[in-house]
Write a protein that binds this ligand. Sequence first.
Ligand code: HEC
Ligand code: HEC
Length: 319
Amino acid sequence: MFINIFFLLVMIAVSVFFGWLTRRSWKATNVFSKWVGSILGGLLSVFVGLVCIAATVGLVKAYSPRTAPVPDLKVAGTPQQIERGKHIADAFCTSCHSANKELPLTGGVDLGKDFPMPLGAFVSSNLTPAGPLKDWSDGEIFRALRNGVDPDGRWLFVMSNFRGRNLSDEDLQALIAYLRSQPAVENETPNPPDQPGLLGLTLLGVGMLPAGQPPITDAIVAPPRGPTAEYGEYILSYQDCRDCHGENLLGGVEGQLAPFGPNLKLVKGWTQEQFISTLRTGVDPFDHKLDPEKMPWKSIGRMDDEELTAMYLYLVDMP
Ligand code: HEC
Ligand code: HEC
């Protein structure tokens, strides 16, 4: 943050300097220097000035404390909860919180490197008991997952825009139980995890980057587990397929931050076995190999048959 403020001050100085040059050119006796100097100096001064304003708005958005309710919660940590939490973590959280896409969730992956522009560093945290969560209460972890706010009221940039917030209360509790049960693996990750750069802050300031979703305060209940389109809809509400494949799964939009995913209507032409085998092996029915750096099939393919079938049934029935 301090380095950003430093560069912001430098830019303000540059803008003032151009302003000063404009005034000087305006006083020049030579007609050419007077007009060219003033117009050029004036435009540059205004442009740099506007960027400074946008970056300042972005700084305020990024660092103003945020709030969301902390539920009064003590997760029992039953073997069933740990198993369910492990399963969700394995098929989902590993795609960002593990360098080798395997459990445990040791973090250290910089998502900033995958963005098409240098927006800053956004490094996934070590979620094993050797990382920051050891000092958080269960309620605080719940709040971070549901509403993207950490115990100090800091905004978690990625998690607050993350669809995992739609996981049911029961599934979030299961995840907390699993996170606590992991072996403590030392892996120092940055604190704070988000280090947006000046470009990131400027785009945030003009509203071109998402500033996080409003807090969800109601309880979320999942439909009964099973191979049904209804349960598939629930999985598709918390998995991040839509970030790449588009809000209604009919294909991403060019220029989006996340990798561009194709229209998933194409699954209508596949059998259930072909769909499951594509996500398990990364090879589709036309022998096309899916790029694991863009399409996280390795983690998605760890869903069980019931879950993959549920998603298939939802996708083939999709309006
Ligand atoms: C799209 C990538 C992505 C996915 C998927 C993801 N995370 Fe994160 N997570 C991050 C990043 C990056 C951070 C660092 C803060 C931020 O930008 O939100 C983070 C931060 C966190 C934090 C706060 C830790 C801290 O030090 O402040 C928790 C808790 C967390 N993640 C849990 C999870 C769990 C549990 C899952 C699976 C249900 C998950 N995350 C899935 C990217 C992800
Ligand atoms: C990070 C972005 C991203 C996410 C998240 C993602 N996908 Fe994809 N998906 C892609 C991309 C990119 C491709 C094309 C990959 C290629 O051709 O190498 C793809 C390909 C596919 C294909 C194969 C299409 C074909 O013609 O072979 C299916 C099926 C699919 N995704 C389903 C899903 C489902 C279901 C989810 C969520 C559970 C999901 N994807 C999550 C980016 C993503």
